[in-house]
Ligand binder design. Sequence first.
Ligand SMILES: [Zn+2]
Length: 138
Amino acid sequence: MSRILFIDPFSVVIIENKAVKAEKVDGNVFGGFCKCGGMMFQKAWVDDTLMISECERCWKVEAFRFNGRKLVERSEVEVVFRQNLVEFLKEILSPSEFEAVQNKAKNVQYNYNAFSRAKKKLEELKLNIDEILNFMKT
Ligand SMILES: [Zn+2]
């Protein structure tokens, strides 16, 4: 598997540059064992084929790909949490797009074209613009 990103606050998985909305798993559902020996708990699923699990001991997050009940692959996942969401947005948006989103969130004048480009990029990543704006307000 190539680089996998999990955007935790929005439960979105980005794999091979394609974004998919994952279904969050609540409670402590067993999700395999980590290489450190710790127990892993399920965080989210994509289409019953890709499970995202987190280790309770070292907090490493991994993706497990299944074919039916058979585990085919596992690989490490980079997680974007609320606290590094701004960095992530800066990574995917151009400076002017980022500024436009920030300004709109703060209710000040913003560049409309830059904002619509940003909105399109975010929507392609299955990120809801209103949720992002709400987040940027704080
Ligand atoms: Zn671990």
